[in-house]
Design a protein around this ligand. Sequence first.
Ligand SMILES: Nc1nc2c(c(=O)[nH]1)N=C([C@H](O)[C@@H](O)CO)CN2
Length: 118
Amino acid sequence: MDIIYLNALKIETVIGVYDWERQIKQTVVLDLAMATDIRQAATTDRIEDTLNYKAVAKRLVEFVSHSDFQLIETLAESIAEIVMTEFSVPWIRVQLNKPGAVRGARDVGVIIERGKQS
Ligand SMILES: Nc1nc2c(c(=O)[nH]1)N=C([C@H](O)[C@@H](O)CO)CN2
């Protein structure tokens, strides 16, 4: 199985458990690794034959920027579900970073893996 990845996608959204966090937008940073088989596309050289990372990014920017979850866990799980179901991805690794959420740390976040690498 091959991997198509998308790193450091920054999206502004409402995210957090505290009252002040419900009033503002904060930046989350997304790293994705998505299992796929690139051999057909490598043979045909056609975008229709592969997982279009630009289409994935556009869908996630649209979803995340309009979401208002409290926990990064919930957001990460939703992102995995969208990519797997809408883009036929059998396995995904989602790393969701929340920069500046903890004083003294560059970022905090969650890493989840869903599905099976075949
Ligand atoms: N496991 C988690 N811990 C915390 C979260 C979270 O989403 N998952 N969120 C917060 C606050 O929103 C924090 O980011 C504000 O600084 C605290 N802990």
